[in-house]
Design a protein around this ligand. Structure first.
Ligand code: HEC
Ligand code: HEC
Length: 405
């Protein structure tokens, strides 16, 4: 059969099916089973990317606006030239879980599905709202029974470029795979806690919904729903939320700045002044922000420590990427600042000393820096951060709810 397949497109499909088989091999312990999976994939490949059959497509069409024969592209995002090889090297995707179009699509369904909460009221997207930069305008988000989260929600774009890998404000999850089921098991957020049956209850829930066995088979080669697969699919979806299309990106793509950071085309004088302040170190007349919030992904440097919100702080916090920060307030792990102006005022005169404070926020005398930015400089920094809004991403249907019911 395979010998009859010819042509470039079909060869590419064969390679992709091969990739899938390698992933399958890692998950399936018995070699005999793996051989069976390989044969199944090769057969399916003769008629399309993965032939799940007409009835499967019908099942999916009852609930979802997803075309199994032509999923959107997640696996090969259109990074622009300013996302250089060095930037792409910060990608935290593990070799065992590369993004596939099918896996990320399954992740998208899971992300938007209220079935992931015990009483079917809350989905990931309840607290990670696309139009709010995949964050939440509320200081604390509401869980499945109306309880409040212990910290402010986080925007998700460019989470894949946090080279520290670990997730949550306090960096307690090892990576996105580890993070992805914690909200589901959380007593306040989605409620599948140990007392509620935990992972077994979740798998039973998903298995009873007719679209999931179809989607798991399509994404992973068999209809088995496992904890590892749920984690993998959610992580693939979140890693696919890449922002490279803000006005700032447009400027950078046209004029990648060298040292000294010139004027970016398309930005106003004030925005460019803000960009200079953002990137220049404090001892060179800047505010030193880019020492931690890295250009162009605006993800935090993995080695960053805390930013001095509270005196005596011992915990090391991270920040999500600043992409879409202007549509994603309030700010900081406890949502203490309502506006970006308040954020800049913190860095200007409010940094508090403590064991966790990053050395980049200490001056030559070892004390927290006090750049004492003027009103005009503060406004310029805020105007610059507003250029990080990626409208295309906020409206991108690849990330919106796929549910039609
Ligand atoms: C009830 C609200 C709520 C729900 C539901 C929720 N989250 Fe979150 N999410 C949060 C909050 C709050 C944080 C910050 C928590 C912390 O740091 O302790 C967060 C943090 C995260 C982060 C960390 C980002 C980073 O850069 O470190 C990721 C990723 C994430 N959530 C993905 C998900 C996924 C996937 C789901 C669904 C399975 C989900 N969330 C469901 C509120 C929610
Ligand atoms: C030492 C590294 C470091 C430097 C330098 C730094 N930041 Fe931050 N930034 C952080 C950390 C860490 C957080 C998250 C703190 C928290 O919530 O506990 C953060 C949070 C933020 C937030 C809020 C993000 C959100 O999602 O709520 C904004 C906005 C921000 N920083 C802007 C700036 C600006 C503007 C500058 C320069 C004036 C700057 N930062 C300098 C480390 C840094």
């Amino acid at each position: 059969m395979a010998g009859m397949v010819s042509g470039k497109a079909q060869r590419r499909r064969t390679v992709r099916a091969g990739d899938r088989t390698v992933t399958g091999l890692m998950r399936v312990a018995a070699a005999a089973v793996a051989v069976f999976v390989m044969a199944a994939c090769a057969d399916a490949d003769a008629t399309g990317p993965i032939d799940v059959g007409a009835s499967s497509a019908e099942v999916v069409a009852r609930y979802l606006s997803i075309d199994l024969a032509a999923p959107p592209n997640y696996a090969a995002p259109d990074y622009r030239a300013h996302y250089t090889r060095q930037v792409l090297a910060q990608d935290n995707s593990p070799a065992a879980n590369p993004v596939t179009d099918e896996g990320a699509t399954l992740g998208r369904v899971l992300f938007h599905d209220t079935e992931l909460s015990l009483n079917r009221t809350v989905s990931c997207s309840s607290c990670h709202v696309q139009s709010q930069g995949f964050g939440d305008e509320r200081v604390f988000s509401a869980g499945f029974e109306g309880g409040q989260t212990g910290s402010h929600s986080m925007r998700l774009a460019n989470a894949k470029f946090f080279d520290g890998d670990d997730m949550f404000w306090d960096r307690r999850a090892d990576d996105l795979e580890d993070q992805s089921l914690q909200p589901v098991f959380d007593r306040v957020e989605m409620g599948f806690s140990g007392e509620a049956g935990g992972i077994e209850a979740l798998i039973a829930r998903l298995s009873a919904l007719e679209y999931y066995p179809v989607l798991f088979e399509w994404a992973f080669g068999s209809d088995e729903i496992t904890e590892t697969r749920i984690r993998a699919a959610l992580a693939q979806y979140v890693r696919s939320i890449v922002s490279a299309g803000s006005r700032f990106d447009d400027g950078l793509a046209q004029a990648p700045p060298g040292p000294g950071q010139g004027n970016l085309p398309g930005l106003t004088d004030q925005e460019n002044e803000g960009f200079r302040l953002f990137t220049r170190p404090p001892n060179a007349g800047g505010a030193g922000c880019a020492g931690c919030h890295e250009v162009p992904t605006m993800a935090l440097d993995g080695n960053s420590r805390s930013n001095g919100l509270d005196a005596g702080e011992t915990r090391i916090f991270k920040s999500p990427s600043l992409k879409n920060v202007a549509v994603g307030g309030p700010y900081m792990h406890d949502g203490r600042f309502a506006t970006l102006t308040q954020v800049v005022e913190h860095y200007s005169t409010g940094i508090q000393d403590g064991p966790a404070l990053d050395r980049r926020l200490r001056g030559g005398n070892g004390q927290p820096i006090r750049p004492r930015l003027s009103v005009a400089e503060t406004a310029a920094l805020v105007a610059f951060m507003e250029t990080l809004t990626d409208t295309g991403l906020l409206e991108d249907t690849r990330f919106s709810s796929p549910f039609t019911r």
